[in-house]
Design a protein around this ligand. Structure first.
Ligand code: JHZ
Ligand code: ZN
Length: 415
């Protein structure tokens, strides 16, 4: 499973249960890394690219990609993702913190840890409320941004070993947040074991991860990239936590990122109806069996053809097209569909760390969002479709002047 010096390894067994019955049901080809943005368009230096194959474990139901790219390559070097550029995400995070402060009676004597704390977008809410926190994140830029706003941050990958070290220093958490990180770690079991070590006996881990059901049902195949090693069902998660003496006691559905789960995980077993009902639902729909996944490849191919045909038709009619959101998922979309500079003039993004760089693989330039009103392209392909409402509201002027958006999933459509 682990890679010391190698750029990547191909897994032969399940990341969670170690079983060897893993069946590949989707092959997206070889794609460049989604969060590694080329600085220059003439940069001849070849971008590293890796296979993107998705498999189902017949033993524990976990959906996973089979290639593990070295995390140091994926996250440490100029990682451009900063959480704080979406207002919707900031609101979502603030509500989550407030809810936990109230539910758990957190105060100056409590301790909240976030794994993959990024730029402090979530923990800052606890800091404001006078609650001690520690962020843990391996990406230098975002971690420095967190420190700057008063969120103490340890520059590290979280692991079982780090949890052990913190515990030796008398650090144990009332609340551990882990948002959009469980799917990112190569040592899935080590990470969960670390949570079990760091949690107080009566503490709670609050974990968010995209849910595999909407990914399949809404053809959100662009959320598949090398950072996302796992695509979770509640069935697979329940087994993963139990292996480490943790219990998934409550689950909530969230609309963020195309449909996510928020999991409440504790040391004591107190499984609520939200969990048992969801596992029953997954069984009824067959989410715990390979058949559910077998049509996905054909559905993805259909979407790719439809989108490519639409963009070529618009372009052939003389229309100009730009794109919105230099999102990681955008990198998968443009590289698997083959959307290059012949179709898209530029991509806009509010994240200043992405502006001036280029989309992976296709090397489409990334500009600030003001470029939309300056150039007034006829169409804008929304790569960050998960924030469509926020983007439409913010780009009211572009739309009032006649601009139109193209939303790629679940079916390409113009709005
Ligand atoms: P966004 C991220 O993936 C990061 P990405 C990560 N890979 C992960 O796991 C998933 O989320 C769950 C920009 N934007 O967040 C910001 C605007 O410019 O959907 C981002 O660059 N203006 C760890 O990268 C991009 O769009 C706006 O108004 O696929 C959105 O990327 C808004 C709302 C966003 O996910
Ligand atoms: Zn398994």
């Amino acid at each position: 499973m682990m890679i010391a010096g190698a750029a990547s390894v191909t897994e032969q067994v399940c990341r969670s249960c170690g079983g060897s019955h893993i069946d590949t049901f989707l092959k997206l080809g070889t794609t460049p890394l989604a969060d590694r943005l080329p600085v220059s368009v003439d940069d001849d230096q070849e971008e590293p690219a890796f296979p993107l194959n998705v498999a189902f474990c017949c033993d524990c139901s976990l959906v996973q990609i089979t290639e593990t790219v070295n995390p140091r390559i994926l996250f440490a070097d100029a990682y451009p993702y900063y959480s704080s550029f979406s207002q919707a995400l900031l609101r979502h995070s603030r509500d989550n913190a407030r809810d936990l402060i109230e539910r758990r009676n957190l105060d100056a004597n409590s301790f909240v840890v976030e794994l993959a704390s990024n730029d402090g977008y979530l923990l800052k809410n606890y800091v404001e409320a006078g609650i001690p926190v520690l962020g843990i994140d391996p990406a230098e830029g975002p971690a420095a941004a967190a420190e700057k706003i008063g969120v103490p941050t340890r520059l590290a990958f979280f692991s079982r070993e780090l949890a052990e070290k913190l515990r030796q220093q008398e650090m144990r958490a009332d609340v551990i947040h882990a948002n959009n990180v469980l799917a990112h770690v190569a040592d899935t079991n080590g990470f969960v074991a670390g949570i079990a070590r760091l949690l107080k006996d009566d503490g709670v881990a609050v974990i968010e991860a995209p849910y595999v059901e909407p990914m399949i049902d809404h053809c959100e195949f662009d959320t598949i990239y090398h950072e996302h090693l796992c695509y979770f069902s509640v069935t697979a998660l329940d087994k993963l936590f139990r292996r480490h003496g943790l219990y998934l006691n409550e689950v909530k559905h969230l609309s963020i990122h195309g449909g996510s789960l928020r999991l409440y995980v504790e040391m004591r077993e107190h499984v609520g109806a939200s969990v048992t009902n969801q596992i029953a639902h997954e069984r009824a729909r067959g989410i715990d069996a390979i058949d559910y996944y077998l049509d996905f490849s054909a559905t993805v191919d259909k979407l790719k053809v439809e989108l490519s045909t639409l963009l070529h038709r618009l372009k052939a009619s003389g229309a100009s097209i730009a794109a919105y959101g230099a999102a990681a998922k955008g990198a998968t979309l443009i590289n698997t569909v083959g959307i290059g500079r012949d179709l898209i003039d530029f991509v806009v993004d509010r994240n200043i760390h992405k502006q001036g760089k280029h989309m992976p693989g296709q090397k489409i330039p990334i500009r600030s969002t003001e470029a939309l009103l300056e150039a007034q392209p006829d169409y804008v392909l929304v790569l960050a479709w998960n924030f469509l409402d926020e983007i439409m509201e913010q780009q009211a002027e572009y739309r009032a002047r006649g601009g139109k958006f193209i939303v790629p999933v679940p079916n390409p459509r113009i709005v």
